[in-house]
Design a protein. Structure first.
Ligand code: ALA
Length: 421
């Protein structure tokens, strides 16, 4: 047997029946698949990174960066759609590599996907922790700084000396909560995700609608600020660098493909889920970023972890004395709550995806048999979900967000390259 041996689609589908306890349930319809995609996509990228990319790289042309990153994602999404419809099993990029490039490449990409999904969830858990501490602070509650970040991280404390953190407790708690939900069932997880998706879509639409009233077109000029002489600092190179930075915002449409084995009608609905969610998010991202740099001069968003809050703040200052003053204060709190909700659902979908890759690898004998077991009642891959939960909890409790984010980008890029190949 060559390590480059491939498997036919018929063989892959036949092997999906698990030992004893059966297989995953085909329960997900088109709306749930689109909402899984939106759930995975809208998160840290749009709520955190957009301001940084506009301030440091693209200026108001962050809108063009969004379009470029969106178009690039569409190319990968077309490949994923084609595959998810023709090989509707749980393994996603891992299985597609097995069917085409052979077992060795599949094995490499199977492990690589841990970088995208498990560490992606860990990255977002750390972001969630930061947002929770901010929200508690807004509510007048001080969370102990020492247990709010990875070991060695210097945490600024209002009115006191900086503290060196020892562990990120909120990140671990949200990971445990998501793990328990995922064990209980895929329908339940999809329902919770759908509720969160409605909340975050509402928040994004409110920001677009309310913010649009307070745009000062002068902030859009010059649309592409002149390059500073350094590659990636404004000018066209800045637009491209910006696209690279906010590419993270689009990651997640591919996670839909790991649910192909749980889709009722994968041939019809997987392309709808993958391309539909990407299309919705691309339009929203272009609008949100355009509104954001229309309200606030882009340079003001440098190193700001909550750029949308800064934008709504600026709008609120312009609205003082008008009927909008009160509503905009509410919108500001909604944005923080929306960010927390958004990050939770990104975690749900990423941590839904990871055990399904393990399940597929186990069915092929590339992981032990227990990793592919499906719970007799819940019909979820409970053991690999627990292992994923423990790994994500440890990574998010102990690792700084910058390290995690870099590993996620490497893993995702590699997966997209292999799927396209
Ligand atoms: N696209 C996801 C996010 O921005 C990974 O959080």
């Amino acid at each position: 047997m060559s390590i480059f041996a491939t498997k036919s689609i018929e063989q892959i589908e036949a092997e999906q029946i698990g030992p004893g306890e059966g297989t995953l349930k085909r329960v997900l319809g088109p709306a749930q698949l689109v909402s899984l995609g939106v759930g995975a996509i809208i998160g840290t990228g749009i709520f955190v990174l957009t301001g940084q990319a506009a301030a440091a790289n693209a200026g108001p042309a962050i809108v063009l960066s969004m379009v470029i990153a969106g178009l690039t994602s569409v190319l990968a999404a077309l490949c994923y759609s084609e595959f998810a419809a023709s090989v509707p099993v749980a393994g996603s990029a891992y299985t597609y590599a097995y069917a085409t490039l052979g077992e060795f490449v599949a094995w490499v990409i199977g492990w690589d996907l841990i970088l995208e999904y498990a560490l992606g969830a860990a990255t977002v858990a750390v972001g969630w922790s930061g947002n929770l501490v901010t929200l508690l602070h807004q509510l007048g509650v001080t969370f102990p700084a020492a247990i709010s970040a990875a070991p060695g991280t210097i945490v600024k404390v209002a009115g006191g000396d900086p503290i060196t953190a020892v562990f990120n407790v909120p990140a671990v708690l949200i990971t445990i909560a998501v793990t328990l939900l995922l064990i209980i069932g895929v329908s339940e997880s999809a329902t919770v995700n759908a509720v969160i998706v409605v909340i975050k879509l509402a928040v994004v639409l409110i920001v677009i609608g309310a913010g649009a009233l307070f745009i000062d077109p002068a902030n859009w000029h010059p649309f592409i600020p002149p390059n500073t002489g350094t590659f990636g600092e404004y000018g066209w190179s800045g637009v491209l660098r910006g696209a690279g930075v906010i590419f993270f915002a689009y990651i997640g449409f591919d996670a839909v493909s790991t649910s192909a084995q749980e889709a009722r009608n994968p041939q019809r609905d997987m392309p709808r889920g993958i391309l539909g969610s990407l299309a919705i998010c691309t339009v929203l991202f272009v609008l949100v970023s355009g509104v954001m740099v229309g309200i606030v001069p882009y340079r003001q968003m440098l190193n700001e972890p909550a750029p949308l809050v800064i934008a709504i703040d600026a709008a609120a200052q312009r609205a003082v004395g008008s009927v909008w003053e009160g509503p905009l204060d509410v919108v500001k709190v909604l944005v923080t709550v929306g960010a927390l909700a958004a990050l939770s659902s990104v975690m749900v979908v990423m941590m839904l995806a990871q055990p399904r890759i393990f399940l597929a690898m186990s069915r092929d004998g590339l992981l032990p048999e227990w990793a592919g077991r499906v719970h007799p009642r819940f019909k979820t891959p409970h053991r690999s979900t627990i292992v994923t939960g423990i790994a994500v909890a440890l990574a998010s409790g102990l690792t700084p967000i910058g390290t995690l984010g870099t590993l996620v980008s490497i893993g995702t890029l590699m997966a997209f390259v292999i799927v396209s190949a």
